[in-house]
Design a protein around this ligand. Sequence first.
Ligand code: NAI
Ligand code: MG
Length: 331
Amino acid sequence: MAHKICVIEGDGIGKEVVPATIKVLEATGLDFEFIYAEAGDEVYKRTGKALPEETIEKALESEAVLFGAAGETAADVIVKLRHILDTYANVRPVKSYKGVKCLRDDIDYVIVRENTEGLYKGIEAEIDEGITTATRVITEKASERIFKFAFELARERKKEGKEGKVTCAHKANVLKVTDGLFKRVFYKVAQEYKDIKVEDYYIDAMNMYIITKPHVFDVVVTSNLFGDILSDGAAGTVGGLGLAPSANIGDEHGLFEPVHGSAPDIAGKGIANPTATILSAVLMLKYLGEHETANRIEKALEEVLALGLTTPDLGGNLKTFEMAEEIIKRL
Ligand code: NAI
Ligand code: MG
């Protein structure tokens, strides 16, 4: 049966990198039913809604969502969509590819960021003139499910020859109550995964370690804001935003998107790097159980990167679609 995928191109380069990715998916020979939906600045200008009801319905009834980028309405689109789909795990692989300028050539870990609470719960207040607060929510339930997710992922990666280790990043020495709970739950869940190594670091030190010893990590798990900051920094160590994919995964839904935004500075020129979106589609295929096809695409992409057949951001001179074509040739 065809995989039913909700496709949201969104704004700016979303309209370039997503169609290029769809071309690659179509070339794999797998059977897909692509259901197109709108979201972002453009539909907002036209209808007054950045995330139309119809889009939400299409997303909810699909097996997975492939998302490009939104512009200024990003918070009302992607943050809302993650919430509606209850995708509690934000998964961001950090991997060095040959041919891409990286800190080291042996970086291969995954950041798992809690996607539903922490400081991004959105509980802010102005309690007096010039005095504002934000509430940091950490619950046992959400912490437990994100740690279980991280340990399961480490188990899967161990089967593929990885070390089988989960590193928890927190700030329990200062945020004694919230991260005290976070750290405690981490070691409680770890009890159920004796086959997986565990360690924990303070987030500030962790931020240094992803630069000084990025090759030692396997699965890194952290809370929402820390994960947001850590993962953009990590992307910078392996070639930047043009290469950074992400998956948002819940118990019922999966939403796959490049980390970058609509890139208005290069939109419309046809030079956006499609890699981040293609790698997001690779994560989507793994989520759909299509591991063989996922690996085929990644391998073809690896060859293309190693040969320098890339868009200008990586030093090549190909257009978005030409790079996709090079990948298709090698499938
Ligand atoms: P951005 O990620 O769009 O661009 C940052 C820089 O990276 C730009 O110089 C851009 O040209 C470059 N870049 C990004 N993706 C690239 C690619 N695939 N190939 C080559 N170069 C690439 O972030 P920025 O400029 O901060 O935000 C632009 C708009 O995107 C804003 O309206 C923002 O709200 C939105 N945004 C949306 C996100 C989403 O939909 N998930 C995430 C981040 C920003
Ligand atoms: Mg971010």
